[in-house]
Design a protein around this ligand. Structure first.
Ligand code: ATP
Ligand code: MN
Ligand code: MN
Length: 292
């Protein structure tokens, strides 16, 4: 029997998506319905990539950047000119029905652009994604997050933190929309490079796994036009159905895994303890990075 959630007919509502927790397709859809308000605060009106697992964790998975045939109206579409000069369709959502409709199509993870559709050339998030080498514990990630926060504070920027639901932590600076993609990318790259230069045994800015050896890759590549990062409150397609969960800085000190929160906890927590005041990357900050 199909089931209606937020006006969306859910096919195979009892299909188990996560065998380890028993979370069903209807359960996932109901989660996205109930988390819609805090989730959309950050993720409404952003181009999306969807990670779809139509048959659940045991089946196939694929990233979908461009909406295809059969996408319902509640998943809205816009045209974006890509780097090759061609226009392509992108999906975005504005309401709970859009999130639920994506879940109906087997979406588990929502990935977002760091820009909103009304001003696509003016990104509003600086994302530093801390990716630890295999074998590094969460304590190393946590202390790196706290230490990068201090460095950003020294520059005059106040980031917020999110457990990825996987291995790492994301530091996010919510930005005023007054700079373009080149500036954002240069800032992220130069900041990450400076950290790696000062503490080469702790950080790397090279993507290759080989250069990671016992270090944390400061993934600054989330800041390019067309790149994405996991949306706050998205469920992750990983064992136990962990959620990408914003956390307060005081709270982070007492957390010992990036998979600390599931769907129940995420709903109870929302944005509690997390401040997202829009800030500017100033000329003085760029100069401070260059001078270092
Ligand atoms: P973890 O803490 O385990 O690193 P994460 O969400 O940060 O979790 P990453 O592997 O660091 O995962 O990926 C960073 C981002 O790159 C993803 O959140 C996603 O937005 C993007 N990404 C990764 N793989 C793909 C892909 N195949 N297609 C499109 N985007 C991708
Ligand atoms: Mn990561
Ligand atoms: Mn990464």
């Amino acid at each position: 029997m199909a089931e209606r959630i937020e006006g969306v007919e859910i096919s195979h509502p009892e299909r188990v998506i996560f065998a380890d927790t028993g979370l069903t397709k209807a359960g996932l859809a109901r989660y996205y319905q109930s988390i819609a308000e805090p989730m959309l605060e950050e993720s409404a009106n952003r181009p999306l990539s969807l990670l779809r697992l139509p048959d659940g964790m045991a089946g196939e998975r694929f990233f979908q950047k461009h909406p295809g045939k059969g996408f319902p109206k509640s998943i809205r579409q816009m045209q974006i000119t890509e780097s090759d000069g061609e226009d392509a369709a992108y999906a975005y959502v504005t309401d709970a029905a859009g999130l639920v409709a994506a879940a109906q199509m087997g979406t588990v993870e929502f990935h977002i652009w760091p820009a909103r559709r009304d001003r696509l050339e003016r990104p509003d998030r600086l994302v530093l994604d801390l990716d630890p080498d295999e074998g590094l514990g969460f304590d190393a990630v946590r202390s790196a997050a706290l230490s990068l926060r201090d460095r950003l504070l020294d520059l005059g920027l106040s980031p917020w933190a999110m457990l990825s639901g996987g291995k790492g932590v994301h530091l996010v600076v919510t930005l005023r929309r007054n700079l373009g993609w080149d500036d954002l990318k240069h800032f992220a790259r130069d900041f990450a490079a400076l950290c790696a230069q000062d503490e080469p045994d702790r950080y790397t800015v090279e993507l290759s796994k080989a250069s990671r050896k016992g270090r944390i890759f400061i993934d600054w590549l989330r800041n390019e036009r067309g790149s994405t990062a996991i949306a706050p409150f998205s469920v992750r397609a990983r064992p136990g159905a962990p959620v990408a969960a914003p956390v307060g800085w005081d709270e982070l000190a007492g957390i010992d895994t990036a998979r600390a929160f599931g769907i129940q906890a995420a709903q109870e927590r929302g944005w509690a303890g997390v401040a997202r005041k829009p800030q500017s990357l100033t000329r003085a900050m760029f100069e401070a990075l260059e001078a270092a």
